[in-house]
Design a protein around this ligand. Structure first.
Ligand SMILES: Nc1ncnc2c1ncn2[C@@H]1O[C@H](COP(=O)(O)OP(=O)(O)O)[C@@H](O)[C@H]1O
Ligand SMILES: [Mg+2]
Length: 449
């Protein structure tokens, strides 16, 4: 399978719901419509044209074929239809009979096929048979056997049809399914073209001149899934060591354009893997509107920890008081404190201007979990004051535009964006897992020994 095919298959797989919906809609509608359509039965009587001369030479047979075509033309005359209507005598008009009948000389033979269609199978047979007989009467009246040198007779009366010719639910549904499939595929590729979401590392690297520090898969429930999730943050920790020419940033702000992209997840996981190396980490809740870190670092504590960051700004607490221990020995935590209208405003206060440096002095690494850039000035104000900013990009939702906007906001405050963290990276799940499965298996083996 070459690369082009892979991407087509990927698109089809990604858009399978559109395709499925289209196929199902068409199939169901076709099935329902064929169910409601009037059933039409069709049957044919066969007329034979016979040359008056007894010889069955090639010429005679050829001549009979020509006559069969001539008879075929006369068969469709309104006069014959009128005669047939009279014979039928069931209220059908000449026009109705004519519309129900079709005439077709059978190729390479002396036969003429007379087909009748009607909602009733017996009526279809009656029309075909009576029409055939009406024609024979007509031919006799007009002495056609003399004019043409050939006589006509019924070779085979019409059988009573058992199944309708129309509708054919199976055929219709099958055709509709194919049309639905074609349309679904077209829609899928159209949708794909209109989708401006960024999905892969390659796209990010092509568009932006910012390094990708880590790619995080969606955290599943399996051992390998959790292992590859955690591994991603170890990669982040390692890459941060080389993020700036001056070495690893000591104060790190984590932000993203929108809510739910994975800022808090990144902040807490990064704190965890950094602390695991023996580094003293201070995690700061800078998302004052939606504080979420306490639940992770101090799980036993139900009420919001106090005092927090906002207490410090307002002068109600000292730096030592707002730094709380966590369940992890090398991690300390600064909670949000009571909600304040604007963190960026407080950062302009006397204490606010130096708060990040003051906090940074209390640990080896300080990680600030920021609000989204799309919500007010808080995130960019914090971002402008740290050594390094990590921009989290949720690959399931981020667009080129949203990432550009985020970078623009960060540039405006001269923030130093050290790199991206690509969250919920789907391409990783297939590639990376294989490697990790091996690793997990090897670790198990070692543990068993
Ligand atoms: N890689 C991931 N795999 C699975 N769930 C994730 C992942 N990243 C984030 N989440 C979940 O998504 C939700 C939002 O993440 P969060 O880190 O709180 O976002 P933010 O802080 O940017 O608003 C949380 O429930 C979090 O557990
Ligand atoms: Mg958050």
């Amino acid at each position: 399978v070459n690369e082009q095919q892979t991407t087509y298959l990927q698109v089809i797989w990604r858009r399978k719901s559109i395709i499925l919906a289209s196929v199902l809609t068409f199939a169901v509608v076709a099935a329902l419509v064929s169910e409601t359509l009037q059933k039409v039965y069709s049957t044919s009587a066969t007329l034979a044209v016979k040359q008056n001369s007894d010889s069955q030479t090639f010429d005679a047979v050829q001549a009979a074929q020509v006559v069969a075509r001539t008879y075929g033309d006369i068969l469709q005359s309104p006069n014959v239809a009128q005669l047939a209507a009279n014979r039928l005598n069931d209220g059908q008009t000449k026009q109705q009979v004519q519309a129900a009948i079709s005439v077709e000389p059978v190729a390479e033979t002396q036969l003429i096929k007379l087909t009748a269609e009607d909602p009733s199978p017996t009526e279809a047979k009656a029309i075909a048979d009576n029409y055939a007989q009406a024609f024979i009467d007509y031919a006799r009246q007009r002495n056609l056997n003399v004019t043409t040198g050939a006589s006509v007779s019924i070779a085979d009366p019409a059988p009573t049809p058992t199944a309708p010719v129309r509708p054919k639910p199976t055929l219709y549904t099958l055709l509709a399914t194919l049309i639905g499939l074609a349309l679904g595929l077209a829609l899928a590729f159209l949708r794909e073209r209109m989708d401006s979401r960024i999905r892969t590392l390659e796209e990010i690297e092509l568009i932006f001149d910012v390094p990708v520090l880590a790619r995080v898969p969606a955290r599943g429930k399996t051992e390998t899934s959790i292992a590859s999730f955690t591994e991603a943050y170890r990669v982040l920790r390692t890459n941060l060591q080389f993020a700036t020419p001056e070495g690893p940033p000591r104060t790190i702000a984590i932000t993203s354009m929108d809510e739910g992209e994975g800022k808090t997840t990144t902040a807490s996981q990064l704190a965890l893997v950094t602390a695991a190396t023996g580094t003293n980490v201070l995690v700061v809740e800078a998302d004052l509107r939606r504080p979420a870190l306490q639940h992770f670092f101090v799980p036993g504590q139900r009420e919001a920890l106090r005092p927090g960051l906002s207490n410090y700004f307002l002068g109600g607490a000292s730096l030592e008081e707002i730094i709380h221990p966590t369940t992890i020995p090398t991690v300390e935590f600064v909670p949000a404190g009571p909600t304040v209208p604007s963190l960026s405003g407080l950062l302009e206060s006397n204490r606010g201007r130096t708060v990040i440096e003051d906090l940074a002095a209390c640990a080896d690494v300080t990680i600030l979990d920021c609000p989204p850039l799309g919500l007010g000035a808080d995130a960019s104000t914090v971002a402008g004051r740290v050594d390094g900013v990590i921009l989290v990009i949720n690959l399931e939702t981020a667009t080129e535009k949203s990432v550009r906007n985020a970078l623009r906001q960060l540039e405006a405050v001269r923030a130093r964006v050290v790199g991206f963290v690509l969250n919920r990276d789907k391409s990783l799940e297939t590639v990376y897992y294989g490697y990790l499965e091996d690793q997990v298996a090897r670790q198990r083996e070692t543990a068993d020994r």
